[in-house]
Write a protein that binds this ligand. Structure first.
Ligand code: AMP
Ligand code: GLY
Length: 424
């Protein structure tokens, strides 16, 4: 069949890499894609949120399945757009309905869902410009540090963690009254701070049944030792060595099952990924966020560990037959190290020629912000590419990625040299 994959990051290159290995995938289009997807599929110059253009393309090319990488099109309702259009409603969209996507699109919606279904989460309250003084009073009842979350999508920047009470009040006013994050912070969730180790759980659901995918941990800060500014993610490791069967069982019974049952009880149509952000507080997993897509760069370690056919897996989601799907996972570790443009996540330059890609044979290079410029691959974003390797353990896999990164070069390239440091 012909498949359209939406997105342009390392996540989408990893999906594409896996999907084209499927005998079910006759033709793969990626919109808009990057230089990596251009090498294995056909890029289409089309925005993932331009639904009318997507409709015209899907009908013209006889596309039989749409796989959505990023959250934007999901929050904007691409699932419902297809469902409500007579010419499109036979084409499955892998991703939740607009209502389901609110789990990522609105922190308040997510908190209400968690509370309603008795899923462990941090205590909270939410405030608007009208109730800003109540918000300040609420802050006074909490212990520092204070956690302030913009309600809407803020490109991963909407969460502030602040030590000082007066600074927290000032930032709350900045968000609510001075629109620090634009419309995204017209509502703010104030949350109890949870002290523990972060981990992520990835679930794929057809709305009835679910599969838990391999665990992964990413490294969000730009600097070594987890210091400096937050980024989209500088590297990832799968599996997460400290997640044992006892913890996984707690995550499944207390969090995953009630989440999927919550979709059914609330009439939320959901055929896609649920990425559950957790903090493990003294061996008690507590939810800090939902995302309605796969993580990036977590996908670049989770997908390479799937032995099963990814297109067949997506088809079973579309057909609501996930309960009978046998998910096979590679027991090896996979790690990925993100190579970024110097300056990222602040200002950086693009258009740098990347050399050495052809010398990497025993790792997989997934492109993120790259594009083709005549015969050259050039940088086209902050996160440029990521080098994924397998190993018997994560140390072996990480070593291989670093050896291969040494073969790559572009002006001002940067990467963290300590991915996995906290797992030893
Ligand atoms: P989120 O966008 O909700 O994942 O938040 C971004 C980051 O803020 C998370 O990855 C955590 O490191 C941190 N964070 C969010 N909520 C809390 C919380 N309640 N307690 C401690 N840290 C948090
Ligand atoms: N790496 C974290 C995310 O994709 O949100």
């Amino acid at each position: 069949m012909t498949i359209l994959l939406l997105g342009s990051g390392g996540r989408e290159h990893a999906f594409a890499w896996k999907m084209i290995q499927s005998p079910l995938c006759e033709k793969l289009f990626v919109a808009p894609g990057n230089a990596g997807t251009a090498g294995i599929a056909t890029n289409v110059d089309m925005s993932p949120t331009d639904f009318d253009a997507i409709k015209a393309f899907v009908l013209k090319e006889n596309v039989k399945m749409v796989v959505v990488g990023p959250e934007d099109p999901l929050v904007k309702g691409i699932y419902d757009y297809f469902k409500n259009d007579e010419s499109l409603n036979h084409i499955p969209v892998i991703g939740p309905s607009k209502l389901g996507a609110q789990l990522e699109g609105s922190k308040e919606f997510a908190k209400e869902f968690l509370m309603k279904h008795n899923i462990p989460t941090a205590a909270y309250d939410s405030f608007t410009a009208e109730t800003v003084e109540k918000g300040c009073a609420f802050l006074e009842t909490l212990q520092p540090p204070y956690v302030l979350k913009a309600d809407g999508l803020a490109a991963g920047k909407g969460v502030l963690i602040i030590q000082d009470l007066e600074e927290a009040k000032t930032e709350l006013r900045n968000m609510l009254v001075h629109e620090k994050f634009g419309a995204a912070s017209s509502k703010v969730v104030i949350e109890e701070f949870l002290d523990g180790i972060e981990l992520s759980c990835f679930v794929l659901t057809d709305g009835k049944s679910y599969k838990i995918l391999p665990t992964a941990k990413d490294y969000k800060r730009i600097g070594e030792g987890d210091t400096g500014l937050n980024t989209g993610g500088m590297g990832a490791v799968s599996p997460v060595p400290y997640v044992d069967a006892v913890l996984m069982e707690k995550i499944e019974t207390r969090i995953v099952k009630p989440t999927i049952e919550g979709f059914q009880k609330d009439g939320i149509e959901y055929k896609g990924f649920v990425f559950i952000g957790l903090i493990n507080v003294k061996n008690e997993p507590i939810v800090i966020e939902y995302n309605v897509r796969m993580g990036d760069p977590e996908t670049e370690v989770v997908v390479p560990r799937l032995k099963s056919d990814l297109v067949a897996l997506f088809q079973s989601v579309a057909d609501q037959k996930l309960d009978t799907f046998e998910l096979e996972v590679d027991p090896r570790s996979a790690t990925t190290i993100m190579v970024v443009s110097g300056g990222y996540p602040e200002e950086f330059e693009k258009g740098k020629v990347i050399t050495g890609l052809e010398n990497i044979t025993d790792s997989i290079v997934f492109h993120a912000g790259t594009k083709l410029d005549n015969e050259n691959v050039v940088s086209n974003g902050g996160r440029v590419l990521t080098v994924t390797s397998y190993g018997d353990d994560f140390q072996q896999a990480i070593k291989k990625s670093y050896q291969n990164i040494d073969k790559l070069n572009f002006d001002k390239m940067y990467f963290r040299k300590d991915i996995g440091f906290d797992l030893l």
